[in-house]
Design a protein around this ligand. Structure first.
Ligand code: DQA
Length: 141
């Protein structure tokens, strides 16, 4: 099984950005956690991060025929990007949405998730653990 993990803008700043919201652990810590977990579970994982909407669309399109599942935290693009929603629908690879923080308890503009409309499940407000729950969901599926 091959899983693609996609992280959107500013997630490379984890550990630095708003630690009271996103925690003190870094993006490198997140990648290590995901890679170790995937190894234990016996799945192949590729982790991709970009601050650019089009690059994320390109990465989703390139996953067609190559990956069995997508774990995606589109970050701020969650709330704005119809292009990412359409890309996920285009490839129709089973996808799960992750948010480190509990977006449901945050600002009004974070209450819409376009990408989430193309995802089978959302793991929200679980910190880094949400990524692992997302991987579990795809494996069990
Ligand atoms: C986020 C929540 C988004 O609203 C925000 O723009 C992010 C991170 C999260 O993981 O909690 O950048 O996706």
């Amino acid at each position: 099984m091959r899983i693609l993990v996609i992280n959107g803008p500013n997630l490379n700043m984890l550990g630095i950005r708003e630690p009271d919201i996103y925690g003190k652990n870094t993006y490198a810590d997140l990648c290590e956690l995901i890679e170790n977990y995937a190894a234990v579970k016996g799945v192949e994982v590729k982790i991709f991060q970009s601050n650019h909407e089009g690059s994320i669309v390109d990465e989703i399109q390139a996953a067609y025929g190559k990956f069995n599942g997508i774990v995606i935290n589109p970050a701020a693009y969650t709330h704005t990007s119809v292009a990412i929603l359409d890309a996920l629908k285009s490839v129709a690879i089973p996808a799960v949405e992750i948010h480190i923080s509990d977006v449901s308890a945050r600002e009004d503009f974070r209450q819409i998730s376009y990408a989430g409309m193309a995802c089978e499940k959302s793991f929200i407000g679980l910190g880094f653990d949400g990524y692992l729950r997302g991987i579990d969901y795809l494996i069990e599926k």
